[in-house]
Design a protein around this ligand. Structure first.
Ligand SMILES: NC(=O)c1ccc[n+]([C@@H]2O[C@H](COP(=O)([O-])OP(=O)(O)OC[C@H]3O[C@@H](n4cnc5c(N)ncnc54)[C@H](O)[C@@H]3O)[C@@H](O)[C@H]2O)c1
Length: 256
């Protein structure tokens, strides 16, 4: 712990568990005060309590909830310095079976939710002429994909486009906008939505030899949210243990 976020207020959306919880924990270790925003009330309240933060029930697909989450930080903690939009859903469905409703629900949380969060936070960051926005994208969509990820891939590729547009517009106000593209990170969501066989095959595809942890992502979110990243905007950082590097599946160096 070195106080890299001392005195900062961070709103972390999708932080009751998984990667978001890891980000909120890492931020608190570095001195930030945090608001945990999530649809899951019991888990969210428990996480907020554990970290000494506040909880606000939030469905980030809803504009009134996005605005309420930002207000919670501003009214109860005195401002908003850092916005993390990490909430995301990843149902596994082949394109031929994705209903228009399921398509809309994935895009509503992952992509529209990111826009709504940014728009609500901007209102409070713009007058201060400073702020940090960090969005959780994915390697899935922007770099690679696999069957069953049609809507998810579209949503995450959309986030990368939005990051560029928001970074350009918000640069005028001293606000940076960046993203993280996680590879395969072992979270409760991943265990819930993906088969053991899928997880094993992903593990085998990672040159560094293991799946990622929420802390692997949290350390990069910390960097992007800190003063050290002051001159970085409109980009994403891949955090995937090298998973997107190999040209083919036989990438291991084997003895002759
Ligand atoms: N786990 C991975 O391998 C992986 C890889 C790449 C990207 N990601 C992305 O990272 C983010 C977190 O993934 P995770 O594995 O920690 O998932 P998770 O399911 O473990 O946690 C997601 C959290 O977001 C919350 N959430 C879901 N919908 C919400 C909504 N509408 N409004 C507010 N909160 C909501 C959930 O309640 C949960 O607390 C997602 O955006 C996901 O797409 C994950």
């Amino acid at each position: 712990m070195s106080g890299r976020l001392q005195g900062k207020v961070a709103l972390v959306i999708g932080a009751a568990r998984g990667i978001g919880e890891g980000i909120a924990e890492r931020f608190v270790e570095e001195g930030a005060r945090v608001v945990i925003a999530d649809t899951e009330v019991d888990a969210g309240v428990a996480t907020a309590k554990r970290l000494g933060g506040l909880f606000v029930e939030t469905d980030i697909a809803r504009n009134d909830h996005a605005e309420r989450a930002v207000r919670k930080a501003v009214d109860d903690l005195g401002g908003l310095d850092i916005l993390i939009q990490n909430a995301g859903i990843y149902p596994w469905t082949l394109i031929e079976n994705i209903s228009p409703e399921e398509w809309d629900s994935v895009l509503a949380v992952n992509l529209k939710g990111t826009f709504l969060a940014a728009r609500a936070a901007l209102v409070h960051m713009k007058p201060k002429r400073s702020g940090r926005m960090v969005f959780t994208s994915s390697i899935t969509g922007p770099r690679v994909t696999s069957p069953g990820h049609g809507h998810y891939s579209a949503s995450k590729a959309g986030i990368n486009g939005f990051i560029k547009a928001a970074a350009l517009e918000f640069a005028n106000y001293g606000i940076t906008v960046n993203g993280i593209e996680p590879g395969n990170i072992l979270t409760s969501g991943m265990k819930m939505h993906r088969s053991a066989a899928f997880i094993r095959s992903m593990e085998e595809a990672v040159p560094l030899g293991r799946l990622g942890t929420p802390r692997d992502i949290a350390n990069v979110a910390l960097f992007l949210a800190s003063d050290e990243a002051a001159y970085i905007t409109g980009t994403t950082i891949i955090v995937d243990g090298g998973q997107t590097l190999p040209e083919g599946k036989d990438f291991r160096i084997t003895p002759d």
